[in-house]
Design a protein around this ligand. Sequence first.
Ligand code: FE2
Length: 275
Amino acid sequence: MKRTITRSIAGMPASDGAGVKLNRLLGQPALDFLDPFLLLDHFSSDQAGDYIAGFPEHPHRGFETVTYMLAGKMGHKDNAGNEGVIAAGDVQWMTAGRGILHSEMPEQTDGLLSGFQLWVNLPASDKMQEPRYQEYSAECIKSEHREGAVIKVIAGTTSNGTVGPVADIAVKPLYYDITLVSKASFNEAIPEGHNAFIMVFDGLLTVEDEVANSGTINVLSSGDSISITAGTDGARFLLIAGIPIGEPVARGGPFVMNSKAEILQAFQDFRQGHF
Ligand code: FE2
């Protein structure tokens, strides 16, 4: 059965970190949560004042943060001694697990900075695991070429067998960055049972006659495949899917657990320096 678009929602202008302007697609009033995905932000600006303040040191517990860069450079540093810079086309999949303290700061003072941050929930059994990083440079991310289409495979395996480098993630995610030329069509399998969405960030596309415009997140119905057609100016979009966890979600700032008590514990552990 083909998937369709059940909801198309415009992102909401928001500010996070020390004042980074961004477009919040998931984790906003109109779309609070799409199990297992908790948040999706798109930051994209060539005005340094919109991003220069960055995301100074802050903690996370109980989920995963995924940063995928389109342009510019973002530095990161954490309390486990990891440090690096991710640039255009690179991805960092950080499993915060029981706790990490990190900062994410632009490594530039002018020019375009653009990318995405996705938050992926962890099942209760994995929330207190050891923190873990998977970081891959653009060269490690394979591009699959089809007629009129290029699919960058960050996570998951396409129906043609292109495998993304990100591995061993609880929700078995697909994370594809897809570019279609004018009017090109793209057909792909999406495992039945995965929740899935499309975030369009350039041009527009249609799915079974439903239009998805640039700057929108589009929730997909259930099904095992999808057919997408680009508009006349082509389209670029993220296709993301994952297995829903189906557990209670308790959020408290940078912590995502299953109960309020676990959130309070996270704040206490953080204050007592246990991260
Ligand atoms: Fe963070």
